[in-house]
Design a protein around this ligand. Structure first.
Ligand code: SF4
Ligand code: SF4
Ligand code: FES
Length: 219
């Protein structure tokens, strides 16, 4: 049986499982911490979205909670001004590359960005930074899956499930710098890739850049 450890988040006593990340302990106990790249199936966190910051007592700088394991007596703050500023800045920057046309998006109302904005009381677009949209064409080649790389927030979840779980190696990070995105391994449309149609990328994509086609979304 996994041992319990006692931790304190925002003054609340929480029983967490030894070996669990602070992020998962918080979420499992109803404490919201914004996150995009964490995936329960994945043992080693990607820790790339930089949205899950918390402050820890005795630690000078905020840490990412997905890559921090719980320890007996740990004291964490999710609601300090330093954490809020850091998360707000990260979210604002992330949103410069993401089109906000929610009504036309297959992820509308089940999107992690909408959830973060609502729970953290952030605007989806601050209007302070210039947009840098990728403006890439939709990939509608696959019979069941649509892919809109413009919406991708580079969390890496789909790449992990496609490569490590499904073993299909159909998709990966492609291009460099500002043009970096997720695409078909070696280029080309999804229908011509080694995709085995497991649909895991659709399930795990937090913004539905990969989405299941319906009559409403695609012809
Ligand atoms: S549906 Fe295709 S692209 Fe998506 S995870 Fe499965 S094999 Fe990879
Ligand atoms: S397509 Fe979705 S799951 Fe894949 S990296 Fe982009 S946002 Fe993450
Ligand atoms: S969830 Fe921690 S860095 Fe993304």
């Amino acid at each position: 049986m996994t041992e319990d450890v006692t931790i304190y988040i925002d003054g609340r006593e929480i029983k967490a499982k030894a070996g669990q990340s602070l992020l998962r302990a918080a979420l499992d106990n109803g404490v919201y911490i914004p996150n995009l790249c964490d995936l329960r199936e994945r043992e080693t966190p990607e820790a790339s979205c930089r949205l899950c910051f918390v402050e820890l007592e005795g630690v000078p700088e905020p840490v990412t909670s997905c890559s921090t394991g719980v320890e007996e007596g740990m004291v964490a703050r999710t609601d300090s001004w330093r954490v809020r500023e850091l998360v707000a800045a990260g979210f604002e920057l992330l949103m410069t590359t993401h089109p906000v046309d929610c009504a036309a998006c297959p992820g509308n109302k089940r999107c992690a960005l909408q959830e973060i904005a609502k729970k953290m009381k952030f605007k989806l677009k601050s209007g302070r930074l210039p947009e840098i949209l990728r403006d890439a064409p939709l990939d509608l080649s696959h019979p069941r899956i649509g892919y809109d790389s413009d919406r991708c927030v580079m969390c890496g979840r789909c790449v992990y499930v496609c490569n490590e779980e499904a073993g299909a190696r159909a998709i990966d990070f492609i291009h460099r710098g500002l043009k970096m995105t997720v695409g078909v391994f070696g280029g080309g449309p999804l229908a011509e890739s080694s995709c085995i149609s497991c649909m895991r990328c659709v399930e795990v994509c937090p913004v539905k850049a990969f989405y299941e086609k319906t009559k409403e979304t695609d012809v």
